[in-house]
Design a protein around this ligand. Structure first.
Ligand code: PMV
Length: 329
């Protein structure tokens, strides 16, 4: 009767509070899981195919060994669904099962926006398929599987997205030294603004690398300063000093401008948010479009949301979540 069983899991999106890009060069980054989740459901199939459906992206199709047959979305479906297939295949290998699976993913997290939607999807798929086959995947295993799918998508990611989608909460993250959870009792009141501009994390990481190769001693100093901003922000979080946190966000944003990853769409939203009363605002993630975040106390949040929307962005209030990947039922 196992084929009737359907398992659902979910994992949170993330926002980088401080330290994106500089983290690639060994500096720390501070990242937060937000209560906007991706969901995955998994069901056993009678044959050996892996069927993946993503109604929110408009793609679906079947993988069988090396071949792919699109149901919706043509050849692009293969590109978009392949990372999910990698996750499913990895978990099937771990479970030593040779059966097919139906996987459906859904998410309200904007894609290619810097909110870690692909990692949240990957972590939720790993958990759902693991549970379906009754193998008790540890969080570390889920993280590793999701990280593998991220490598396929982004080339050389730092691993920040799968870490926070898996573990939740607030993480201080080092590319080579791993991460530690930071206890933050209070909420971190944020408004997230989406420019509507999709961008490629890989291209922006490459842009910073080019700048670093041209001006190594200048860029190295910017990266180091970025690392100091992150550690100072941890102190501000520990003492609940939101004023300092906002100021540090502004400094971090200007450092990101200096390495060339802001753009007009982000600048507009960052400035209107500050003007509407945010304590600080910065781009988040790779930049070049995507999203920005504004630290705004609850009484200012509505104003900040409206200002961002008047400037042409989409905005929502984000809350911290302690819950990483979880089984829904
Ligand atoms: O755009 P996002 O959210 O995928 O963030 C990328 C963060 C970078 O530091 C720019 C790259 C990385 O792998 O850490």
């Amino acid at each position: 009767m196992g084929d009737l069983l359907e398992v659902k899991a979910s994992a949170p999106a993330k926002t980088i509070l401080f330290g994106e890009h500089f983290v690639v060069y060994g500096e720390p980054a501070l990242v937060l899981a937000i209560d906007n989740r991706a969901y995955a459901s998994a069901k056993i199939r009678a044959d050996q195919r892996i069927y993946i459906k993503s109604p929110s992206m408009g793609f679906s199709g079947f993988f069988e060994r090396e071949s792919f047959q699109a149901e919706h979305g043509g050849e692009e479906a293969r590109v978009k669904l392949e990372p999910i297939k990698i996750v499913v295949q990895k978990v099937l290998d771990l479970s030593k099962k040779e059966t097919g699976v139906n996987v459906e993913v859904s998410s309200s997290i904007p894609v290619a926006a810097g909110l870690g939607s692909s990692a949240a999807v990957a972590a939720s798929v790993a958990a759902a398929v693991g549970q379906l086959f009754n193998i008790k995947l540890s969080k570390e295993e889920i993280f590793q599987v999701a990280f593998e799918a991220e490598r396929f998508v982004h080339g050389t990611p730092s691993g920040i997205d799968p870490a926070v989608s898996t573990y939740g909460g607030v993480l201080l993250f080092y590319k080579d030294k791993g991460f530690t959870g930071i206890d933050v009792e209070e909420d971190i009141p944020l408004v997230i603004g989406y420019t509507g501009v999709e961008r490629s994390t890989g291209e922006l990481v490459a842009r910073v690398r080019e700048g670093w190769e041209r001006y190594p001693s200048i860029f190295n100093r910017i990266f180091k300063t970025g690392g100091k901003v992150v550690l100072r922000a941890v102190r501000a979080l520990n003492t609940g000093d939101f004023r300092a946190l906002g100021e540090l966000m502004n400094i971090n944003h200007e450092l990101l401008c200096a390495v060339g990853v802001s753009d007009e769409s982000l600048e507009k939203l960052v400035y209107v948010a500050r003007k509407a009363g945010a304590l600080g605002a910065k781009l988040t993630g790779a930049g070049g479009g995507g999203c920005m975040i504004a630290l705004s106390l609850p009484e200012q949040q509505e104003q900040v949301v409206k200002a961002i929307e008047r400037a042409g962005g989409t905005a929502f209030i984000a809350r911290k979540t302690e819950e990483g990947v979880r089984i829904e039922r």
